[in-house]
Design a protein around this ligand. Sequence first.
Ligand code: MLT
Length: 243
Amino acid sequence: MNRIVLLHAFPVNRHLWDEQVEYLTKAGRRVLAPDLAGFGDSQPPQDSTMTALAEQVLMQVGRPSVFAGLSMGGYILMEILRQHPEMVTGAIFMDTKAVADTDEARAQRLQVADAVLATGRTDELAEAMLPRLLGESTRSNNPGVVEQVRAWIEAAPPEAVASAQRAMADRPDSVSTLRRYEGPALVVWGSEDTISPSADQQVMLDAMPQAVGREIPDAGHLTAIEQPSAVNDVLLEVLTDWQ
Ligand code: MLT
């Protein structure tokens, strides 16, 4: 049976997936949800590249698996597909995008990297990111989730934030990587996601004609914590189909 590896978003940690880990484990699935380099309990990366982030994941994974990557986790999954496609038996792209950054987005990332290192704090980053990370429905109806995500961002080490921003700024366009991938694929997005809006999802679906697309209602960018039950159901459904 397929094991699933869950790769979290920036700048949170493996606990983004707590509900999925519990649900899928109870359903008899093998699940691994590592902290990405520098976040949570993990070691900092060797250098600020997607390759280093992907290598650190693969060292823990060890054998071919289904991967689900949410946002930055999706960029890492694309890097794994580029470097080690033999490790991927199924690919789930959540609230992410295959296109590289615009020059403006890249410059903004480098600015954030410099700012968190200069101040040694991530609370201002949390304040700036929360309205974009979480959808309108969550921000209006679920203050517990808002405060949880804020706490995760405030706990993120500035060095990890800076390193991940530099790695993401430097990441290549992955559309051709997805075109080459012929394995099973699922693309999932929150209906209120403004960071990776539906046009970005369509680019991925067009690159992988075999992919199934699923929109999660009333969720922004962090679908896994905003609408955990809907995400749990989608993940278990495809794992059952792909086994
Ligand atoms: C994430 O959620 O991982 C980030 O929003 C990704 C990004 O900044 O592109």
